[in-house]
Design a protein around this ligand. Sequence first.
Ligand code: IMP
Length: 193
Amino acid sequence: MIPAAAPLPLPEAPARDVEVLLSAEEIARRVRELGQEITAAHPGGELVLLSVLKGSFIFAADLARAIPLPLRIDFLGLSSYGGKTETTGVVQITSDLTRPIEGAHVVIVEDIIDTGLTMAYLLDNLATRRPASVKICALLEKPGRSRLPIAIDHRGFVIPDRFVVGYGLDFDERYRNLPFVGVLDPGAAGRVG
Ligand code: IMP
């Protein structure tokens, strides 16, 4: 017989470094709604959820389970920060899709759109692969910061211009496992790394 598991402690120390902005419950509710939106908007044909790594891996896992349609999930590794809280503007593909997306209806699953530079790069890159359509589903948007206008088709939350972590988002590879999205104390950002 398997013994009952002891309750797990909360990952990290949220009270000290991170102030809750969006609770796990709020996120779960919105992700279900986004799943319904995407399902209703899907034109038919092959649907590919394209999760942008690493930040969207938790969001994509939850979103996929909120879309009751046959679909494929693929991952594209992009990096634009390199351990800082400001984008460098230089985007690198760190790992590519495993299959072609030609003729497919692609929904890009992104954690956050900040300046829009990463998404603009990604849209250009995907266009060369000739998908049938490309839509953007972003959990978070920081609108005041946009440097390139990006049309977000499915948007989770609009948030203030603060550096956030949790639910997949990191600072220097930490905090991704927090179940909520929170604002990182700027002092903590300075102490990490
Ligand atoms: P953009 O190119 O400035 O739009 O930045 C997009 C990428 O930067 C996102 O996919 C995130 O990985 C990262 N990013 C932007 N803002 C934040 C934040 O507040 N916390 C954590 N990562 C962020």
